[in-house]
Design a protein. Structure first.
Length: 437
């Protein structure tokens, strides 16, 4: 007998998961070599893109009854979307995954712990930037007071799961919060850009944001930073909270469309990809659908913009004696959604004292995937350990990234692999400012 929950889940999939998009999948298998969970589970079809699409369709059509094993398959997906560039049929897997998780959350009865966690994360921390600032201040107090050193010395962190322990080591030193000065308008500004500052980037990685402004001003940009902007909504959208993601999207469109900038620039691959798809997210919103498309058309990643503005000429003037062996780990969404692949590499190759070496698996996810590394720690660590084996093979001393989650993950991997004395990881903006200084 079919359970009440199974019937409700089927109804939710019928209501929220696009059947036409499901039918686009031809089951050809071109996606399989690009899927980290398929590889790490020993080629288990249940944990492949086409396997998950088959599950989505079977639930929607009533061929299988919903149970925990099906939810595990959906949840174990990184959402890296590496399957999309590999797909000859153009299956919109990322959208199907978001719709499926949204359907699941609309039906399931979460535990008290999950309810509280989701409430804190999606209704407070990633909705109100002042809450994010407050949380960051607590981390800073933990670091500055000496509690961090004591916790490590007495082995307190050993009480936590391995991934959380590694992430604690990877956290950068949080600087004291200082009010940002209004960017100076260059006498001969080249373009007018609106800067999307992000949540983590404007708190934990505030220095990188300040350096992004510095880099843009160096290239003659007039920079405007809308105070009303909020979290992009990516974590909401990827976690089955699409309605809450739409709320944030509307608020950001309202904030940025007043500026009439040439570009809306960001320095976080995950944020940039979600911002770029506001048109899809709000496609059924009569008031915002066209406004969202206009917003999307202005989104640009920092690496693409500074290349366009001629930074290569400035890099060519650098004179340094030492040579660094540098590699690059792609941000999955920057690569697979925004399709920004060559630009970061071009920047690194343009630095005279850099010897660039390609990471063979740069296009495969590092295991960060938003908060995936906290929710699916076992799989995240398997993926990370495999990634670090590849990093060792490059002999690189610097790993460049373009996303805060990737940066923390790679730094955790460096600690975990015992490479702290030999290898460091940097955001591309920080690295460029360092070499230009």
């Amino acid at each position: 007998m079919v359970s009440v929950e199974a019937n409700r889940m089927r109804e939710a999939f019928i209501e929220r998961v696009d059947e036409e998009k499901l039918l686009d999948c031809m089951r050809c298998g071109f996606c399989l070599p690009s899927c980290p969970t398929y590889i790490q589970t020993g080629n288990n079809e249940v944990h492949s893109p086409r396997g998950r699409i088959a599950i989505m369709k079977a639930v929607r059509d009533g061929f299988v009854d919903w149970d925990s094993s099906l939810e595990e398959s959906i949840n174990l997906c990184l959402g890296c979307r590496a399957c999309e560039p590999a797909c000859p049929a153009g299956v919109e897997y990322g959208h199907l995954l978001e719709q499926s998780r949204d359907a699941i959350q609309s039906v399931k009865n979460p535990s008290l712990k999950e309810k509280v966690s989701r409430k804190l994360a999606f209704d407070h921390l990633f909705k109100d930037q002042s809450k994010m600032v407050g949380a960051t201040k607590l981390v800073r107090a933990y670091q500055a007071s000496g509690l961090q050193k004591v916790a490590r010395k007495i082995g307190f962190m050993n009480l936590f799961p391995p991934m959380m322990k590694e992430m604690e080591k990877a956290l950068p030193k949080i600087p004291k919060s200082v009010k940002r000065e209004i960017p100076v308008i260059p006498p001969k500004s080249v373009v007018k850009v609106a800067f999307f500052t992000g949540c983590l980037m404007d708190t934990v990685f505030r220095q990188t944001n300040d350096r992004t402004i510095q880099l843009l001003q160096l290239l003659g940009c007039e920079i405007v930073i809308p105070e009303e902007q909020v979290c992009c909504g990516a974590l909401h959208g990827h976690s089955g909270e699409l309605e809450k993601a739409k709320v944030n999207a509307r608020r950001n469109i309202n904030a940025f469309e007043q500026i009439e900038a040439d570009y809306i620039v960001n320095n976080a691959g995950g944020c940039g990809a979600f911002l770029y798809e506001y048109g899809h997210l709000l496609a059924d919103d009569v008031e915002y659908s066209e406004r969202a498309k206009t917003f999307d058309s202005k989104i640009i990643d920092i690496s693409s913009l500074i290349l366009e503005l001629g930074i290569v000429q400035k890099l060519a003037e650098i004179q340094k004696d030492h040579v660094e062996l540098v590699t690059y780990q792609d941000s999955c969404h920057l690569r697979n959604v925004n399709r920004v692949v060559s630009e970061p590499r071009e920047l690194l190759k343009a630095i005279p004292h850099v010897d660039y070496v390609e990471l063979p698996t740069a296009g495969l996810c590092c295991g960060s995937a938003g908060i995936y590394n906290l929710l699916n720690q076992k799989m995240a660590l398997k993926i990370l350990d495999s990634k670090m084996d590849d990093v060792k093979g490059t002999n690189a001393s610097v790993i460049i990234t373009t996303n805060p989650g990737c940066l923390l993950q790679m730094r955790a991997g460096i600690h975990r692999a015992g490479l702290s004395e030999k290898v460091r990881s940097e955001h591309i903006v920080d690295y460029l400012i360092e070499v230009l200084s």
